[in-house]
Design a protein around this ligand. Structure first.
Ligand code: NDP
Ligand code: HSE
Length: 393
């Protein structure tokens, strides 16, 4: 029997306990032994929970119990979670997490500790919720040079956009729904302002190219500046507006990563990813485009990914999975990447062509420019008096 502990009994932690319960037999038959949740650590009291007898508040009980092989960290944040993760790894325990903030900001250090202690630090649930994407990236696609990764990486904002556009409800009401469903971060600013998607694109980038890209180094823009009028114009012209995280490998091994809303043509499968679903496209030089799709947040979908890692950690007890990345990514700023832009304002197509050189009209006063950098696009937007400016994928 493999004994595990869960730290943080919120949406994800409770989901992990539930998956361990409802799939106990199938997990045991696949693994060859049962997975038993010995402790659940939380600051709150759960007197009525069926797990009440396993609830603890003192981390050192887990740290000092040699029976606990795997610790699931689903507390969130990069303070207590960092301290407990370090200590669990140093105590020789495998750690599995859904905490993208921690992986994106301290993953390199924690993976080094895991290597020194010959244990696993696994984090499939940190990107794409229930979607298996990290393991395919570092394992199944290992024979490729990864060229580009882009996609919808945040369930809350995709849910909000879908509910606003298709359900006709307000931003505030859509956010409340996402919170009630357990999709949003404790501070939903991280979702709304693109920070959560930024952490995820950093993790994808770290794994794809082996060089650390930290969230502090990349530009992140959220959905708060999207106007519904632009959503309508884009839709009438065959585009959807989606919050995308994007990471690219450029010439000479340079890299770029950023998060921003984009117009995405309806012919691209990412455009039709709605609700809490995430869609992630990875382009490898041998495989071409591969898309990963599924629920990007929520208790059981995320717990599915966590439990997959728990099983993997137990299966790799003796020989750990060799994961890690080093410092030194050579980053190009997102503002210097040439791309097409959507501009809207009180200007004619002729004006747009005079200022931008190339422009395709989507509606009166709304165009898609030719390829230019953000600096050039901002200068053009200023000359035209544009009120909206968005990237086009
Ligand atoms: P929740 O806030 O629902 O759960 C966290 C739990 O940990 C809460 O019960 C919280 O109590 C408790 N907690 C806080 N501080 C401590 C502490 N010092 N010791 C023990 N327990 C503590 O978060 P989620 O389950 O939603 O998210 C957990 C992590 O997983 C986050 O990193 C999140 O980004 C990530 N994630 C979340 C997904 C989702 O769909 N929700 C999906 C994928 C990843 P209290 O509420 O009192 O603070
Ligand atoms: N708040 C995150 C989201 C949770 O909405 O995508 C999953 O990482």
């Amino acid at each position: 029997m493999a004994k595990i502990a869960i730290m943080g009994f919120g949406t994800v932690g409770a989901g992990v306990a539930e998956v361990a319960r409802m799939n106990r037999d199938v997990i045991a038959s696949r693994l060859g032994e049962e997975v038993y949740v010995k402790y659940i650590l939380d600051v709150r009291d759960f007197a009525d929970s069926p797990y009440a007898d396993r609830m603890i508040k003192d981390f050192s009980i887990i740290e000092n119990d040699p029976e606990v092989e795997v610790v699931v960290e689903s507390i969130g944040g990069a303070k207590v979670a960092l301290d407990f993760t370090r200590r669990a790894l140093l105590a020789g325990k495998h750690v599995v997490t859904s905490n993208k903030e921690l992986v994106a900001t301290h993953g390199r250090e924690l993976l080094e500790i895991a290597r020194e202690k010959n244990v696993n630090y696994l984090f499939e649930a940190s990107v794409g919720g229930g979607i298996p994407v990290l393991r395919p990236l570092f394992q199944c696609l290992a024979g490729n040079e990864i060229e580009e990764i882009y996609g919808i990486l945040n369930g809350t904002t995709n849910y909000i956009l879908t509910r606003m556009v298709k359900g006709g409800i307000s931003f505030a009401d859509a956010l409340k729904e996402a919170q009630a469903k357990g999709y949003a971060e404790k501070d939903p600013t991280a979702d709304v302002e693109g920070i959560d998607a930024g952490r995820k694109i950093c993790i994808l980038s770290d794994l794809a190219w082996g060089k650390e890209v930290s969230p502090a180094e990349i530009s992140m823009e959220g959905i708060s500046s999207i106007h519904l009028k632009d959503v309508d114009i884009a839709a009438a012209a065959g585009y959807r507006i989606k919050l995308l995280g994007r990471a690219l490998r450029l010439e000479g091994g340079r890299q770029a990563a950023y998060v921003a809303p984009h117009l995405v043509s309806e012919s691209c499968p990412i455009a039709t990813v709605d609700d809490v679903f995430n869609g992630i496209m990875i382009r490898g030089n041998a495989v071409g485009d591969v898309m990963f799709y599924g629920r990007g947040a929520g208790d059981l979908p995320t717990a599915s990914a966590v439990m997959g890692d728990v099983i993997d950690a137990i299966q790799h007890r003796a020989k750990r999975r060799d994961l890690g990345w080093s410092q030194g990514a050579d980053l190009v700023a997102a503002a210097d990447l040439p791309m097409r832009w959507y501009l809207r304002g009180d200007f004619s197509l002729d004006d747009a062509r005079t200022v931008c050189g190339q422009a395709e009209e989507l509606a009166q006063g709304a165009v898609i420019t030719g390829t230019m950098t953000e600096v050039e696009a901002k200068a053009a937007a200023e000359k035209l008096g544009a009120v909206s400016m968005l990237r086009v994928l």
